[in-house]
Ligand binder design. Structure first.
Ligand SMILES: C[S@@+](CC[C@H](N)C(=O)[O-])C[C@H]1O[C@@H](n2cnc3c(N)ncnc32)[C@H](O)[C@@H]1O
Length: 258
């Protein structure tokens, strides 16, 4: 009989936060703290460099979707701050703030971003330290899959957006074509964990494919956004649907919620 996995770890010893466990969020934070130094390099390798295209592509979709000024932007779950820097480049007059609940990631974001980002904060997406209606855009990339309560996060992002402001969420998704789905899963479920183990034996490489299995369909994400009070909710598949950008407008008809 194999040894029992410790909480937050898979049987092979790799980091694996258990969804539904009371320590899930703490284990997710511990996992990202462990991989923070190697996160960007591994990400580029695991996505075959595609992640370098997805963030600018998502911001191009944002530009087409957003209404009104884009002067104040938030990147939540910023990691090393790549999306925040892209936002600052796309909207040079905007004040961009980056936040993440993993302090090690925030340190990287701060160091890498210099003055291009106005501020970096350690904060949980569920309890953001910003007043109602602070931002014109609240964006996140590859964060949603790691959240214990996606609806609560959407509500909190709606709170910090001005009425009519835009929420952008970029996340890995299930491609709709059977052939693409098979190729994608061969890569994501097998090649990525293998690469990961070669890169770092402790990494979250059994957690990664499982996190997608638990993530709702694009249709369901749109329903959750509507349920959280957003309007004009849209899902735009990128790269044959292996990632999707979700766009939604904080409801201009209702004042920001407390
Ligand atoms: C896969 S990384 C993505 C980082 C970055 N957005 C990017 O595009 O590369 C997920 C990030 O979300 C953060 N995160 C996960 N759950 C969070 C939460 N509840 N509140 C704030 N940040 C969270 C993690 O610490 C991690 O840095």
């Amino acid at each position: 009989m194999g040894a029992a996995a410790s909480p937050g770890a898979a049987a092979d010893g790799s980091l694996k936060p258990q969804r539904g466990s009371p320590t899930f969020e703490r284990d997710v934070r511990r996992m990202f703290a462990t991989i923070a130094d190697r996160y960007e390099t591994f990400n580029h390798l695991a996505t075959l460099g595609q992640d370098l295209l997805w963030r600018p592509w998502a911001l191009w979709e944002l530009e087409r979707f957003a209404r009104g000024p884009v002067d104040r932007c938030l990147d939540v779950g910023c990691g090393t701050g790549e999306l925040a820097r892209r936002l600052a480049a796309a909207y040079p007059r905007a004040r961009v703030v980056a936040s993440d609940f993993t302090a090690a990631m925030v340190r990287h974001a701060r160091r890498r971003s210099g003055r291009s980002v106005a501020g970096c904060a350690v904060a949980d997406i569920g309890r953001l330290p910003f007043a109602n209606g602070t931002f014109d855009v609240a964006a996140s990339a590859f964060v949603a899959r790691n959240l214990a309560d996606l609806s609560a996060a959407f509500r909190e992002l709606g709170r910090v957006l001005r009425p009519g402001g835009t929420l952008l969420t970029l996340e890995v998704s299930e491609p709709s074509s059977e052939l693409v789905r098979r190729l994608f899963h061969a890569h994501f479920d097998h090649v990525v964990p293998m690469l990961g183990r070669a890169f770092d034996r402790e990494g979250p490489y059994t957690y990664l494919p499982e996190s997608l299995r638990h993530f709702p369909s694009s249709q369901r994400v749109l329903e959750l956004l509507e349920g959280a009070g957003f309007a004009r909710c849209r899902a735009v598949p990128l790269s044959l649907g292996v990632v999707t950008v979700y766009l939604a407008a904080a409801d201009a008809a209702s004042p920001p919620r407390a």
